[in-house]
Write a protein that binds this ligand. Structure first.
Ligand SMILES: NC(=O)c1ccc[n+]([C@@H]2O[C@H](COP(=O)([O-])OP(=O)(O)OC[C@H]3O[C@@H](n4cnc5c(N)ncnc54)[C@H](O)[C@@H]3O)[C@@H](O)[C@H]2O)c1
Length: 250
């Protein structure tokens, strides 16, 4: 398939995991990509492999995000596909969290999504073209114990997705989300790294919540993102597609 021939795509958090897999898939189907990440070394490695562009930015900083978009547009042209994928989790039961943790988790997962959409949506609307795919989480649908702040951020992403779908439709811009369940990436092991055995049990609990009884691979998510970003999904907007082995079914 060559669904992205002649298209440009910007992927936040594209240096690792789901973002790197999505960048590779879009390039394989013809896109020119820009990767934005705090980890510029890894972002440059991924971009070099794909013949793409990499720029360093912390997505929770709206000014840095706008500057990264300007650099990406300069390098690959106006953005046709935006994948708001950068995310982080700082697991811990809510009573143990601090406002500093709220700032970081909401900042990266939610404000980052707002910042990149803010910097790109106007151009998409002016050009009457564009697809945005936000990477939410089943945590934002079901609520995940030990991940209350992350759940709040991802529920925010899902609500934002619907509102932008409504605002963008008259300009031909679609906006959808994916809600991954447990996917084998460094993020899935964050709790185990922080809490050891308890964290490992949290991971296993998520896996046990899926009806398929296993974690997913990044390609399962990148395939869903590519579909929603492509013209094959031309009559789909405002939706959140679970990619989670049936963890929730609504
Ligand atoms: N892995 C899972 O089980 C899972 C489940 C549900 C949702 N998700 C979501 O998928 C998305 C991708 O996560 P992943 O699992 O591939 O994790 P990952 O850790 O492999 O990749 C995340 C990437 O985001 C980058 N990043 C983190 N903070 C950033 C910031 N402030 N600015 C710019 N870049 C930043 C990291 O450097 C990294 O390259 C995230 O939004 C995450 O919440 C993952």
């Amino acid at each position: 398939m060559n669904r992205f021939e002649g298209k440009t795509a910007l992927i936040t958090g594209g240096a690792s995991g789901i973002g790197a897999a999505t960048a590779a898939r879009l390039v394989a189907e013809g896109a020119r990509v820009a990767i934005v990440d705090t980890n510029i070394e890894k972002a440059m490695e991924v971009a070099a492999d794909l013949g793409g562009f990499a720029v360093q930015a912390d997505v929770s900083d709206p000014a840095a995000s706008a500057a990264a978009v300007a650099a990406a547009v300069e390098a690959i042209g106006p953005i046709d596909v935006l994948v708001n994928n950068a995310g982080t989790d700082i697991p811990g039961f809510f009573t143990k969290t601090t406002p500093e943790v709220w700032d970081v988790v909401l900042g990266i997962n939610l404000v980052g999504t707002l910042a990149f959409t803010h910097a790109i949506l106007g151009s998409m609307q002016d050009r009457r073209v564009g697809a945005i795919v936000n990477v939410a989480s089943e945590a934002g649908r079901a609520g995940s114990p030990g991940n209350a702040v992350y759940s709040a951020a991802k529920a925010g992403v899902i609500g934002f997705t619907k509102a932008i779908a409504r605002e963008g439709a008259r300009y031909g811009v679609r906006c959808n989300a994916v809600a991954p369940g447990p996917i084998e990436t460094p993020l899935l092991n964050a709790a185990a790294e922080i809490f050891g055995e308890v964290g490992a049990r949290m991971k296993q609990g998520m896996i046990d919540s899926t009806v398929m009884g296993r974690a997913g691979e990044v390609d399962a998510v990148s395939a869903a993102i590519a579909f929603l970003a492509s013209d094959e999904a031309s009559y789909i907007t405002g939706q959140t597609l679970n990619v989670s082995g049936g963890l929730t079914m609504s």
